[in-house]
Design a binder for this molecule. Sequence first.
Ligand code: GLP
Length: 240
Amino acid sequence: MKITVFDDHQALSFQVAQMMVAQIKNKPDSVICLASGETPFLAYHLLPTLLLDEGVDHQQFTLIGLDEWVNIPSQNTGSCSYFLHTTLIGPLKLSLSQFKLFDGMAPDLQTECDSMDEFISKRGGIDLMVVGIGMNGHIGFNEPGVSTELYAHVIDLDDTTQTVGQKYFADKTTLGQGITLGLKHLQEANAAILMASGDRKAHIMKATLEGPIDPLIPSTIIRNHPNGLVMLDQKAASLL
Ligand code: GLP
């Protein structure tokens, strides 16, 4: 695992966007799994222009959504699906066969998980994962204590996630469960980037990088990844 610290969120975002461009350029049919949230927003926003500038054909890569809130419709502006549609799927004009997102309203969530696992495995696995980190060290919705052996699964959200998650929603929203790719997907991905930005992530980044590798802090698993990259801005790195 490698750690890189950038001056600010903009510099961090630009580098992540460039790495996504390089991934698609080097392997046009890449399978790329992406988180939602405030942290990667700018990187995704920069991506269409960078792809255009580099003349990279992005009609062959596949986008996988990392996670979703259970019981939240995709039209809700706080859903991960809405975020990925408005930041990437729409602007990049991805075709229907080019992306797969969890449906948090699916009547059978286990079938939804199985379908995601099968979709990824049929495409030969994930080439690149870009993930953020929760205030409790979660990756996607892999909450503290989750098994590192799980693929896609449904999980009860812990109190921190339910509280912090309100920031994505226009009105107070009940957030009980999440559906997410598992830490097994992260471990099996060819490469994984963990992004963190801002003072509020400084404490959890110190625990992630300097404490013991511990299932109670799921993000610590990135340290075992041979192609793991932790990319931080100075504020998130301020306690290291
Ligand atoms: C959310 C999502 C994660 C995201 C993380 C950090 O709850 N489930 O996929 O990476 O928490 O979000 P943010 O970038 O908004 O801080």
